[in-house]
Design a protein around this ligand. Structure first.
Ligand SMILES: Nc1ncnc2c1ncn2[C@@H]1O[C@H](COP(=O)(O)OP(=O)(O)OP(=O)(O)O)[C@@H](O)[C@H]1O
Ligand SMILES: [Mg+2]
Length: 265
């Protein structure tokens, strides 16, 4: 199987500090990865590298077979092949655009500028993705008026619009209530198990947010990889405790995970 993402000895250094420290990591086609790690660990920085928006200080990166910074690699050809849903993007999207427009503009590589000349085909696709995320009732609502959960679902639909080969989700369940989280986990689970869905990388802080169908986990702490590999072997109490720096117990029940701290003493 070909590599979706390949990082070799990658570091990102800012102000003399390594935000990402000598990371080697490869994602193969069909794999669905979760990135776990505490605040400031470097998770979003890794996604920014994977999305080709951040060039590392050191090391080599290839995304969807294209070497970043390599001869013949044009990031502007590469970027439409990658779908991104994250906070940084949400802040760039105009609040006054409708939900349908917000998703539809992705097909044209834009965050703004609505004109009326969109293809019917694209509009149908946007509607279908929104429907898949349970957003059909919100098509005409202004993006800026959505709740956190509705906004997250809109962003995922938007990320799917260019038919990406790689889908990057940065904390898609953050800020959702219990029902919203469970709803999103179910939808992401459906996507993760769909053999025609893109390769996926999802950043989260909580093992409860890992949808069934995700296959691999990368744990990162202070920019360094602590563990990387299949979920069954790597998502252990020991690894999670090392990752978050306190004694934790992780339990696997059915197709979901939970974690909690051990009582002190
Ligand atoms: N441009 C920058 N210059 C200096 N430091 C930066 C820059 N961008 C990020 N950082 C720092 O790099 C570290 C990693 O940031 P990153 O956003 O990747 O963390 P994260 O794992 O996504 O954290 P969180 O869980 O809080 O979202 C943080 O300490 C952050 O303050
Ligand atoms: Mg982050």
């Amino acid at each position: 199987m070909s590599d979706v993402l390949e990082l070799v000895d990658v570091s990102v250094v800012r102000d003399g500090r390594a935000l990402v420290d000598d990371v080697s990591w490869s994602v193969k086609e069909g794999e669905r990865w979760v990135i776990l790690g505490p605040n400031g660990a470097g998770k979003t920085t890794l996604l920014n590298i994977a999305s080709s928006y951040l060039f590392p200080t050191k090391g080599s990166v290839s995304v969807l077979g294209e070497q970043l910074g390599g001869v013949g690699t044009d990031v502007f050809d590469l970027r439409p092949r990658i779908g991104i849903a994250g906070v940084a993007l949400a802040e760039k999207l105009p609040r006054r655009q409708t939900v349908l427009q917000t998703v539809l503009t992705a097909a044209y590589g834009m965050t703004a500028t609505w004109n009326e000349n969109y293809d019917k085909v694209d509009e149908d696709r946007a509607r279908a993705f929104l429907d898949r995320l349970g957003m059909t009732e919100y098509l005409d609502r202004k993006f800026g008026t959505l709740s956190e959960g509705e906004r997250k679902r809109t962003l995922i639909a938007r990320a799917m619009m260019t038919d990406p080969e790689l889908l990057l989700l940065d904390e898609p369940a953050a800020g959702l209530d219990l029902g919203g989280r469970e709803d999103l986990v179910r939808r992401l689970g459906r996507l993760a198990r769909d053999p025609y869905a893109p390769s996926m990388i999802m950043v989260t802080h909580h093992v409860e947010e890992i949808a069934p169908g995700f296959t691999h986990v990368l744990m990162i702490r202070q920019g360094k990889v602590l563990a990387a590999g299949p979920m069954e072997t790597e998502l252990t109490s020991r690894n999670l405790s090392l990752c978050f720096g306190l004694p934790l117990v992780v339990e696997h029940q059915g197709d979901r995970y939970t974690a909690r701290g051990l009582p002190l003493g």
